[in-house]
Ligand binder design. Structure first.
Ligand code: HAS
Length: 563
């Protein structure tokens, strides 16, 4: 073991500190983000339930609010607001726990970011509920929303940039004070996550500022659809890894502690996050495989790169299996799968993320199917894709966030997780699992039967094909209802953990690395190099196709308001 590794081990010991060591300032900012995300979860969940019922014909429009308004609010509230706010809360907690109480915690910057995000969300929600922005969460050109909707989005993104600047400062301060030492693994992964978000949002900021907002303000009368969608998916694919990586931080660093095991390899974990940074961006065309205006060659290049971005997920799967097996053997498990019996299934902090991992196995396989050009022709724009993202972000990620909230909220509030709340959490997790199985299975199958996504209630002239979809619609409505019940149970649990659970010190679970793991090389800290390689790959994958889109630009389309 070299000197650097010794220091690393020493820091690992130090950061196994009790939760109370998280400073008050960090806890407040973390809790503000998490509690705001819970409000978004409630609104988004309710809109999700209502839109399922409107689409399946169970209920008509509600108070003039139709399918597309509900679907837009559902998508934005859950996919953008709930996730981003929860992630920021979680990352602040990871950084605070990694570095200990920091006198110089950049709380002003962090709060400023929070208020910007809040303002942005309020403006966007106002426009959606006022019926001025039924453009779904992808706000695809040439759909045209009210300018305030786009301004709200810009303010929200600026808020996230300010928040990430606060995180970068914490990391830089730590590095300045600890030369030639790896910052703790959770901190490294957290910084990688926000860096990925910052680079990704450059694309969406570009299409909003230079295309959609000018169109909406009437400064331009046409928009280039292909360019706008390309900029959107340059952002849209790394966005899914921005959701996934915080869940992976929990899988790599928290779950081993809960199962009484250790992190299989610090170096492997860092490597997988680094690969996500490099390969998340040059792959956006796999969302546009069926769009004209992009040459087959560049689609092919980006599909090949898509298969590279699967590798860090396979590394994660390997690492998790290794962690479980080693932990199981330490607890006396025998044979290849003896560990399965040794896992703490009655602990919601483990059960929820573990079920998330199980969901992620078919979810990942579905991603591989989507990325294969010929198969994409079958599933594109069908409910299959909706099923895919419900078992990725809606199951693997959401269940991990739920499980994490059962220790995070008590840590941030200085309270404890009681056995009664544990039981509530288990019920809530089971309800989510059952609801998601109903809903996502029905979505996958009816998608294969040709059921389109993003469409309101339609009878298609009573065609017989449509009759085949009806049982699946019923299953979706049942699943959606169970999911909403799960959200209510979760919010009850969070209320108790925030306000009524006994005061005390809850454990912030962070595992140590296996002693036998290889030393972590210092090259992971070569940020200048990795950021350069990231932009080089982006330039390689996008320069020529975007140049083609501009050079051969079609006349563009006027903005449309279809609602
Ligand atoms: Fe995806 C569309 C391809 C991952 C989310 N995806 C979407 C959309 C969303 C989304 C939201 O190529 C729709 C966007 C829209 O509105 O149009 N996706 C992929 C690929 C992956 C992938 C190749 N997606 C995700 C993740 C998401 C997400 C993660 C959210 C968090 N996706 C696509 C494509 C489309 C697409 C096309 C466009 C479709 C179209 O035509 O529109 C890969 O990253 C997946 C790799 C994952 C794995 C699984 C590894 C398994 C693990 C679990 C281990 C389990 C353990 C437990 C240890 C290879 C890590 C074991 C215990 C036991 C007891 C067994």
């Amino acid at each position: 073991m070299n000197a650097i590794s010794k220091k690393l081990k020493q820091f690992e010991m130090e950061r196994g500190m009790p939760a109370a060591e998280i400073g008050l300032k960090e806890a407040r900012i973390g809790y503000a983000h998490v509690s705001f995300s819970l409000v978004a979860l409630l609104i988004g969940g309710l809109c999700g339930l209502l839109q399922t019922m409107v689409r399946t014909g169970t209920i008509p429009e509600i108070a003039g609010i139709g399918y597309y308004e509900l679907l837009t609010a559902h998508g934005l509230m859950l996919a953008i607001v709930f996730t981003t706010l929860f992630i920021y809360g979680l990352l602040y907690a990871f950084l605070a726990q990694s570095f200990g109480r920091f006198e110089s915690f950049p709380s002003r910057l962090a709060w400023l970011g929070f208020w910007f995000m809040l303002l942005g969300v309020l403006l966007v929600t106002w426009m959606v509920l006022a019926g001025e922005a039924s453009v779904l969460y992808t706000f695809y050109a040439p759909l045209k929303a009210h300018p305030v909707f786009y301004i709200g989005l810009v303010i929200f993104v600026i808020g996230t940039w300010i928040g990430s600047a606060a995180m970068f400062r914490m990391y830089a301060d730590y590095k300045r004070e600890h030369k030639n030492v790896h910052p703790p693994l959770q901190a490294y992964m957290s910084i990688m996550t926000v860096l990925l978000w910052d680079v990704a949002t450059l694309g969406v900021a570009a299409t909003i500022l230079f295309q959609l907002l000018p169109l909406s303000l009437g400064w331009t009368d046409k928009v280039g659809i292909e360019l706008s969608r390309t900029l959107f998916w340059y952002f849209g694919h790394p966005l899914v890894y921005f959701w996934l990586l915080p869940a992976y931080i929990v899988w790599y660093t928290v779950i081993p502690k809960i199962v009484k095991g250790k992190i299989f390899s610090d170096a492997l974990a860092r490597m997988s996050f680094l690969l996500f940074l490099l390969f998340s961006f040059p792959v956006g065309f796999h969302h546009q495989l069926l769009e004209p205006g992009i040459s087959a060659f560049w689609k092919y290049v980006q599909v090949v790169l898509t298969f590279l971005v699967i590798i860090p997920s396979l590394m994660t799967a390997f690492s998790m299996f290794a962690t479980f097996e080693l932990a199981g053997r330490r607890l006396g498990a025998k044979g290849l799968f003896g560990w399965v019996k040794k896992m703490p299934y009655r602990d919601v902090r483990f059960l929820a993320p573990f079920i998330g991992m199980l969901f992620f196995i078919p979810a990942g396989a579905g991603g591989v199917i989507n990325a294969s050009h010929q198969l994409n022709i079958v599933v594109h724009n069908t409910l299959w894709v909706t099923g895919h993202f419900h078992i990725t972000v809606g199951a693997a990620v959401a269940l991990t966030f739920f499980g994490s909230a059962y220790w995070l909220v008590p840590v941030l509030r200085g309270r404890t997780l009681t056995p009664a709340i544990q039981r509530l959490g288990i019920w809530q997790t089971m309800a989510w699992t059952v609801g998601m199985l109903f809903m996502s299975t029905a979505m996958h199958i009816s998608g294969l039967l040709g059921n389109p996504r993003r469409t309101g209630p339609a009878k298609y002239f009573q065609d017989s094909i449509v009759a085949d979809w009806i049982p699946y619609h019923t299953a979706m409505a049942i699943g959606g209802t169970i999911l909403f019940i799960s959200i209510i149970l979760f919010l009850v649990a969070m209320y108790k953990l925030s306000f009524t659970a006994p005061r005390g010190t809850e454990e912030f679970p962070v595992a140590e690395t296996e002693e036998a793991a290889m030393d972590t090389p210092m090259f992971f800290e070569n940020w200048k190099l990795w950021i350069f390689v990231t932009f080089a790959l982006i330039a390689f994958a996008y320069t020529v196709p975007i140049w083609h889109m501009i050079e051969n630009a079609p006349p563009g389309a006027p903005g449309w308001r279809l609602w």
